[in-house]
Design a protein around this ligand. Structure first.
Ligand code: NDP
Length: 305
């Protein structure tokens, strides 16, 4: 095993390779069965960041040869109207994946909306049935960001001739969409898992114990360099927009939840922000759509999907 430090985990490169693999599977399915997976994304309101994500999801779905439908609803849509739409999409055989972009307007319950999606079409993996399947080790749909993070870790382990079993993984953050499913996935890989959160005592000391450190906090550069154990794998899930001074005045910059330059000096391998976990999230959404399509049509799920 190498003892070098500061290797960069190329999430953007890995995501591009994954999309290429998926594109080939989609073409093969079309040729063999005359069927094409279809992903429907529903967005309610005008949240600018959500608009960008939704556009990107649509473009990437089409780019690998899948069918993409984007349904844009006004902010004033009622919860009942959205639930009716979901019921129609659940019933439509040609629709294989349904994603309702979060956050939803304040007058809607996202738990109720997610609960209305058919778990077999829940390509975000947020439905309680999929969370339960993950928790008890049954096959299901795994949330995209943790799945993408796991794929990057698996690839890094392979690169360094390393393995998960017995490693101490510390996940900072306990959200239902990142922290908790990430913990389940690493537990399945035989890691010893600690989930830290805002009430954790002496977080720096907890992080220093981590062979694998996953940061999903939502605070720019929160994890300091000296919290990172020498030789650790660091996965930075955070996406934070900060303002910095440039030669032409103030400009926006994306940073993660880890102080990248300081952490890099200690980590064996680390994901950057941008071009780390971010691109894996949409690639895994496509992965989940293909998986859902295969399961719904009683077709074998291609290896690695
Ligand atoms: P949430 O806000 O839902 O959860 C944040 C977690 O961090 C909570 O569990 C919270 O603890 C914990 N936390 C907050 N402050 C501290 C602190 N001072 N010390 C320790 N723990 C703390 O965020 P998400 O999980 O949705 O997202 C996390 C980050 O990942 C964000 O930057 C988000 O933008 C990014 N993200 C990136 C994605 C991608 O595609 N790369 C996809 C999804 C998210 P507590 O529970 O106690 O409040």
């Amino acid at each position: 095993m190498t003892t070098s430090r500061g290797n960069i985990i190329d999430g953007a490169g890995y995501a591009a390779q994954l999309r290429e693999r998926l594109k080939r599977h989609v073409a093969d399915l079309k040729a063999a069965h005359g069927l094409t997976p279809c992903l429907v994304v529903v967005i309610v309101g005008e949240d600018p960041a959500s608009q960008v994500y939704v556009r990107s999801k649509g473009e990437q779905t089409l780019a690998i040869g899948m069918e993409s439908r984007t349904i844009r609803l006004p902010y004033t849509t009622s919860e009942a109207e959205l639930l009716n739409l979901i019921a129609d999409l659940n019933a439509e055989r040609a629709v294989n994946g349904i994603l309702v972009q979060l956050p939803l307007p304040k007058h809607m319950s996202s738990l109720k909306v997610i609960d209305a999606i058919d778990p077999d079409k829940d390509v975000d993996g947020f439905h309680v049935a999929n969370a339960g399947r993950l928790a008890v080790g049954l096959p299901g749909i795994v949330p995209c960001t943790p799945l993408g993070s796991l794929m990057l870790l698996q690839d890094a382990m392979q690169t360094y001739g390393d393995s998960f079993a017995g490693k101490h993984a510390v996940i900072v953050g306990r959200s239902n969409i990142v922290g908790k499913p990430m913990a389940q996935l690493l537990l399945q890989q035989d890691c010893t898992v600690t989930i830290a959160h805002s009430k954790t005592r002496d977080l720096p000391a907890v992080c220093r114990e981590a062979d694998i450190l996953v940061a999903a906090v939502g605070r720019p550069k929160f994890v300091q360099g000296d919290w990172v154990k020498d030789g650790a794998y660091v996965i930075d899930v955070g996406i934070n927009r900060i303002e910095i001074d440039g030669p032409e005045g103030k400009k926006n910059k994306l940073v993660g939840d880890v102080d990248f330059d300081a952490a890099k000096a200690h980590a064996l391998a680390i994901t950057p922000v941008p071009k780390g976990v971010g691109p894996m999230t949409i690639a895994c959404l496509l992965n989940n759509t293909l998986k859902a399509f295969c399961l719904q049509n009683n077709l074998p799920v291609p290896e690695g999907v």
